[in-house]
Design a protein around this ligand. Structure first.
Ligand SMILES: Cc1cc2nc3c(=O)[nH]c(=O)nc-3n(C[C@H](O)[C@H](O)[C@H](O)COP(=O)(O)OP(=O)(O)OC[C@H]3O[C@@H](n4cnc5c(N)ncnc54)[C@H](O)[C@@H]3O)c2cc1C
Length: 432
């Protein structure tokens, strides 16, 4: 396994659960890849706040089998809270009543908005969630006459959160799949799951413990430089050494493929030429117990889409405060921002946070984490170019959030692709 992110660790877990011997090579010192713990001063942060969904069936099962307790995640019913204008919360009622009740009870929506939303969901269900593969989310919403209140408070936050791509360019088909699995499924599929431990501890490190327990190896700080395929085996080169394996799963990020030498194996995936969307996370640490009214607070009009109360989630009894502001599909601070003298994301985020916490003192420190290659851009064209798990070598496979899937690049698609790759790799080495 090359790569110890969520895809690589899912593949490793699936592999060793089937009794196969596995070795994971991870270039970084910490497991998790684009969902990992970072240390800053004496604080444990993440490279970016993540939200899981109740629809993440594969990842949630893997986590459970790896021994992750339910308390690692705070499960809340689908809630979109954007004070003061908008609030929607699904009650714990059976589907689809929970969604109808959420729309009926939403503050900030009128009857026209509610009927339009239900009309679009009905139409999508009637089409079996198949839409024109070239259509964008914005075009789909416009074709279904969604109102501006729905766009600002419901569809845009959901689409940008899930696809990390502006709705003007995001794939309607992928969004339709997300809506199907989260909103037109069992009630708990629409739940939001907020991590209460850091992202490396949440899954990759538990999976690594399981792999080691079953006799496998997980090597961190160990970059693979090249794979040299032979007819029925592959040599891996790392740190001036070489080892031979029956099959290899390449679970590096799409932006990291180019630096891996792999003649005759990865040419298709390397040629895919992805574009990426960045995500910026700004942390504010306060000496005082600054708290948000709820763990996750949205903004319809800000540059920050969501503020998260990290103390509420990770250390509820702490006497200080730590708040994270997340800017998905971030681009750069716009020319309008610059003209207003609001050059950095940090300044923008602080100004916006001050509206929700007017009494907050100056933060002790702030830390901005910019993930330039957070996900591939989920546009119709790029979605169509996502590579298959199989490569041109019969014993080399791809895993990762960018690999072909009906879903956007998320933790769940990473986990699913890992499990699929493990299955394919095992089949390739099992005598028929
Ligand atoms: C800031 C941010 C916020 C996000 N928010 C969400 C969210 O709320 N919900 C959600 O579901 N998803 C979210 N995502 C997306 C999610 O993090 C990714 O989809 C997922 O982590 C991708 O996992 P992966 O295993 O496919 O790739 P990666 O995590 O990129 O793993 C690849 C690993 O391979 C290693 N590697 C690379 N080259 C080599 C080499 N030569 N040798 C050895 N190792 C190598 C890397 O170090 C890395 O650890 C977010 C992403 C970011 C960055």
């Amino acid at each position: 396994m090359i790569g110890g992110g969520y895809a690589g660790m899912a593949a490793a877990q699936a592999f060793c659960e089937r009794g196969a011997h596995v070795a994971v090579f991870e270039a970084a010192k910490v497991l998790g890849g684009r969902a990992r713990r970072i240390q800053y001063r004496d604080e444990t942060l993440d490279n970016g706040q993540h939200i899981l969904s109740g629809a993440y069936s594969t990842l949630l099962q893997l986590m459970q089998r790896a021994g992750g307790p339910a308390t690692d995640l705070k499960r809340i019913p689908l809630t979109l809270s954007m004070p003061p204008a908008f609030r929607m919360r699904a009650p714990r009622w059976p589907a689809p009543l929970h969604l109808a009740a959420a729309l009926l009870g939403a503050r900030g929506l009128g009857w026209a908005d509610r009927f339009a939303a239900l009309g679009m969901m009905r139409a999508l269900r009637a089409s079996n969630y198949q839409v024109d593969p070239t259509q964008t989310v914005a075009a789909m919403l416009s074709a279904h006459r969604q109102t501006s209140a729905l766009l600002r408070h419901v569809w845009q936050p959901l689409a940008v959160g899930a696809l990390n791509t502006p709705i003007d360019s995001a794939s309607a088909q992928v969004f339709a799949h997300v809506l199907r699995d989260a909103l037109d499924a069992k009630r708990d599929a629409s739940d939001l799951l907020l991590p209460c431990v850091d992202l490396s501890a949440l899954y990759p490190e538990r999976a690594a413990a399981l792999v080691r327990e079953r006799g496998g190896e997980v090597l961190t700080g160990c970059r693979v430089d090249a794979l040299a395929p032979r007819a029925a085996a592959i040599d891996l080169r790392f740190d001036g050494q070489a080892r031979t394996y029956d099959a290899v799963i390449v679970a590096v990020g799409p932006h990291q493929l180019a630096s891996l030498e792999a003649p005759g194996c990865l040419d298709g995936a390397k040629a895919a030429e992805f574009a990426f969307e960045q995500i910026v996370t700004v942390y504010f640490k306060f000496a005082a117990a600054v708290r948000l009214p709820e763990p996750m607070l949205g903004q319809a009009d800000g540059r920050v889409q969501w503020f998260f109360d990290r103390r509420d989630l990770l250390h509820p009894n702490a006497r200080d405060g730590l708040i994270a502001g997340v800017i998905s599909a971030a681009g750069s601070p716009s020319t309008t921002d610059a003209a207003a003298g609001e050059g950095t994301f940090e300044t923008l985020a602080w100004r916006e946070l001050s509206v929700h916490c007017p009494q907050a003192p100056e933060p002790e420190w702030t830390k901005t984490v910019t993930e330039k290659f957070a996900t591939i851009a989920c546009t119709p064209a790029l979605h169509a170019r996502r590579p298959a798990c199989a490569t041109s070598h019969p014993r080399v496979f791809l895993a990762g959030d960018y690999v072909h899937s009906p879903y956007p690049a998320t933790l769940e698609s990473a986990a699913r692709s890992g499990v699929d790759a493990a299955r394919a790799a095992l089949a390739s080495i099992t005598p028929h």
